[in-house]
Design a protein around this ligand. Structure first.
Ligand code: GUN
Ligand code: FE
Length: 428
């Protein structure tokens, strides 16, 4: 059973993005939440809401909760390790051995508890999560998320080739375990924890497996998440494995996994050329951008500004443990750093991301995958963070609201989070 959705108003300094180009600020504003939905932001509390409980933040920053569009729950235990390796050796050396441990439910209990507790106390309100290939551990992760109040999509990972024997599945076994997992999670009637079909990536999934997953996605009305065009060695490998495809994305299209009727997240898209980008647009794919992971795994820097300017769906993501931290503050500032390196080193035509663009992809950009989330505009789900920046000292009295939020993204961390709501429910 979900907790009841509250109605109240928050008073403080409010910041949100309407679009990638427009940040809205209220130095002294009231954000009104009715039954878990935002009624908008006001300079004075409107008559019709004056009897709602008023929560005074004393000038703290109030922003929409962050959406982490791509994160690996089991890899939390490896964060910060193996960051001197490239993607493919890193998967073999660090990732597969760690993920294989989740066949043991006592390890699962301990490890996923740490992970869910950290996301709950951090700045993330919504996330799209890869679990492992294990059905029971994935169900347990979903139960923990449901209890946390966070709003998540969680996927049992599928893999039937090019994975060590100790972790690989058979095609049949992978499909039947996925169906069982979908049935079992349905019976639990979660309120804010949803299943997402999760073929790991083309190198570890045969066409036959992906075709089966596409059918399950249709049957259970579940969206899809995977990885795409992350790293040059991976892309070369896909060309060898899938000779009948026009590009990496075409391997998902040919299997029926990527199509305009199935909401789909593709992590990275660092090397998508014009042809592949057209395929992403045509299929309304959400690009999950993980700047720190792209650098750590020697992948490159995705052309996010170009995707935004093309009107594509883009969200920000930590990609733990390709990215070392669950912090979305870190992901946001890293997105700006990385875009500057790309601009300076090899792509002067694509300008660096602005602060507003980075804030947008961390909130409303990724939030769109969930429907109306990531903004305080009327009708949006009420996901909010209250940030206390009073210990981020400055003698300046002329500091603007935008400067306050900007410096918070560089200097703030989880210790400065004074409150957090997801769909109107208080989490912190
Ligand atoms: N490609 C396939 N699996 C993974 C993974 O676990 N992390 C990253 N960053 N890329 C992948
Ligand atoms: Fe990933």
């Amino acid at each position: 059973m979900g907790k009841s959705k509250e109605s109240f108003a928050l008073h403080g300094t409010v910041v949100y993005c309407k679009s990638a180009k427009e940040m809205v600020t209220f130095e002294d504003g009231y954000v009104v939440c009715v039954d878990g939905i935002s009624e908008g932001v006001f300079e004075k509390i409107p008559e019709e809401y004056k009897d709602l409980p008023l929560i005074e933040t004393n000038g703290k920053l109030i922003i929409p909760g962050f959406v982490d569009l791509h994160i690996h729950a089991p890899q939390y235990q490896n964060r910060g390790n193996g960051m001197d390796m490239e993607l493919l050796p890193w998967l073999e050396t660090y990732t597969f051995p760690e993920e294989s441990k989740y066949k043991d439910l006592s390890y699962t209990e301990k490890a996923y508890r740490m992970f869910v507790d950290e996301l709950r106390s951090g700045a993330t309100t919504r996330a799209c999560v890869f679990a492992t290939a294990h059905k029971d551990a994935t169900l347990r992760l979903m139960e923990m998320f449901e209890e946390s109040g966070l709003i998540t999509y969680v996927g049992k990972v599928n893999m039937d080739r090019n994975v060590p024997d100790y972790y690989v599945e058979t095609t049949e076994g992978s499909l039947s375990a996925t169906r069982e997992w979908l049935e079992e999670q349905k019976a639990k009637k979660f309120d804010h924890t949803f299943p997402i079909i999760t073929p790991r990536f083309t190198p570890s999934c045969t066409r036959e497996l992906m075709e089966g997953l596409a059918k399950l996605s249709k049957e259970y009305q579940a969206p899809v998440q995977s990885h795409l065009s992350e790293n040059l060695s991976e892309i070369e490998w896909v060309k060898e494995l899938e000779p009948d495809t026009s590009c990496y994305a075409d391997s998902y299209v040919k299997a029926g996994i990527m199509n305009p009727d199935i909401p789909c997240i593709m992590a990275h898209c660092v090397w998508s050329d014009e042809h592949e980008t057209e395929i992403l647009k045509k299929n309304n794919v959400f690009v999950a951008h993980s700047p720190e992971s792209n650098i750590n795994l020697c992948s490159g820097v995705a052309p996010i500004k170009k995707y935004l300017e093309a009107g594509m769906n883009v969200g920000l993501a930590s990609d733990v443990s390709g990215g070392s931290t669950t912090s979305m503050f870190a992901a946001l500032r890293n997105a700006i750093y990385a875009s500057k390196l790309r601009n300076r080193l090899f792509d002067g035509d694509i300008k660096p991301l602005t602060f507003t663009e980075a804030f947008y992809i961390a909130t409303k950009g990724g939030g769109a995958f969930f429907g109306k989330a990531g903004s305080f505009e009327k009708g949006y789900s009420f996901d909010a963070l209250i940030l206390d920046d009073k210990t981020i000292h400055t003698a300046r009295e002329d500091i603007t609201v935008v400067e306050r939020i900007e410096r918070f993204m560089y200097l703030g961390d989880d210790r400065h989070i004074a409150g957090k709501y997801a769909a109107g429910i208080k989490i912190i």
